[in-house]
Design a protein around this ligand. Structure first.
Ligand SMILES: Cc1cc2nc3c(=O)[nH]c(=O)nc-3n(C[C@H](O)[C@H](O)[C@H](O)COP(=O)(O)OP(=O)(O)OC[C@H]3O[C@@H](n4cnc5c(N)ncnc54)[C@H](O)[C@@H]3O)c2cc1C
Length: 360
């Protein structure tokens, strides 16, 4: 039996696990995820009757394979298409109708995390949550430290140690899904004596990320505006994005409002470690100003989240990433796709899953 290890349970990893499991049903897939949830930055929370996507806000229909996966392969019950338009605003806060693209903007009644839940749910993969991987190790067939690509032999495999000191593996193929800085750290500390490791650390470690600070604001009244969301097009405003979760069926009771306000990169970096209550107040005041409704400065209930590694600012040098496959090491996620988008992460996971399935 072939053993496959996956670090991280983001949407990319879920897509890869789904392909491996359906193509090679007797492969044994183990997933180690540091958080308590699935789907990584496509994150959903619930509070009383509220459901909200506070990381990625929607999945776009920009990739044909992903569209087929979501609308045909997976159960589309509870899939929500947000049809209200996205308007734009500029540095001075002036709002105007945007160009309305024909793309679908999907979530689920139960939130975007359904993507990973449904994908993993169709597999026999064992998913360990609250399991942070701290050490990656290359071992040879005899259990010692393994060699490099030029001396790779069929017996070399991968092991993982988690933060509780437990060892997982050995795995014939290892998939790493964390954002590039976290993957680079795992590779930097890996017990793997191979020049390729250093080349990979350099390539992966040079992918820059922008941070995003998110405020979630709830109000016991509805808003009479014609848009689902507002996006800042000149990137000069402290706020980059405001969306209304009530435009997603099943997320917000009638007569209420739930805003997700994403600060822009510069504001998020400058205020990342500030008092969260002050950040929420500041973003609520901005939302009131942009939407033009003073009541929005005083939400009834709030939530917040800082995303240090929110969005990759570019892609990784593919050379070392491609070479790593020769030793059964697969890197995957939005930063490998070169686009900080959910559909790109899923498409990249499908690719990685196909490559692993082909190899085994
Ligand atoms: C605020 C915000 C808004 C966004 N808005 C949109 C949007 O509207 N539309 C869109 O298409 N995209 C959006 N995105 C981008 C989208 O969320 C990502 O592109 C996509 O979710 C990335 O998926 P992934 O599988 O590559 O990685 P991730 O989702 O980052 O998954 C990686 C997983 O690895 C885990 N992990 C990390 N280190 C370890 C470790 N040592 N051990 C075990 N597990 C580990 C993490 O906990 C995580 O679950 C947004 C992102 C953010 C942060």
């Amino acid at each position: 039996m072939t053993h496959v290890g996956i670090v991280g349970a983001g949407a990319g990893a879920a897509a890869a696990a789904f392909v491996i499991d359906s193509t090679v049903p007797d492969a044994d897939v183990t997933v180690l995820e540091k958080s308590g949830g699935l789907c990584g930055r496509a994150a959903t929370r619930r509070h009383d009757d509220l459901t909200y996507d506070y990381g990625a806000n929607y999945l776009k229909s920009d990739d044909d394979r992903v569209v087929e996966l979501i609308t045909e392969t997976l159960d589309d019950e509870g899939l929500v298409d947000v049809t209200d338009p996205v308007y734009t605003f500029e540095a001075d806060g002036a709002v105007s109708p945007g160009r309305d693209a024909d793309d679908h903007k999907w979530s689920y009644r139960r939130g975007l995390t359904q993507i990973a839940k449904r994908l993993f749910g169709r597999t026999d993969a064992t998913v360990h949550r609250r399991t942070r991987v701290e050490t990656v190790r290359r071992v040879d067939g005899a259990g010692g430290a393994g060699g490099g690509a030029d001396e790779a032999n069929g017996d070399d495999r991968w092991e993982l140690d988690d933060a509780d000191g437990e060892t997982h593996g050995p795995f014939d193929a290892l998939l790493l899904n964390p954002p590039a800085p976290q993957t680079a750290e795992l590779l930097r500390t890996a017990e793997w004596d191979d020049p390729l490791r250093e080349t990979l650390v350099e390539a992966v470690g040079s992918v820059e990320y922008g941070s995003v600070w998110t405020a979630v604001l709830h109000y016991p009244f509805s808003l009479d505006v014609p848009y689902y969301a507002l996006v800042n097009t000149d990137k000069e405003h402290a706020v980059g994005w405001i969306s209304r979760e009530e435009c997603k069926a099943g997320h917000v009771p009638d007569g209420e409002t739930l805003l997700v306000v994403q600060a822009n990169g510069a504001w998020s970096a400058a205020h990342y470690d500030d008092d969260p209550a002050r950040n929420v107040d500041a973003l609520a005041a901005h939302a009131a100003d942009i939407i033009g409704d003073d009541r929005l400065a005083d939400p009834a209930w709030t939530d917040h989240q800082g995303w240090r590694y929110a969005l990759p600012e570019g892609g990784v040098d593919r050379g070392p990433v491609d070479s790593a496959r020769d030793v059964g090491l697969y890197l995957l996620g939005d930063w490998v796709a070169g686009e900080g988008r959910l559909h790109a992460a899923i498409a990249n996971g499908l690719d990685a899953g196909e490559r692993v399935a082909y190899r085994i």
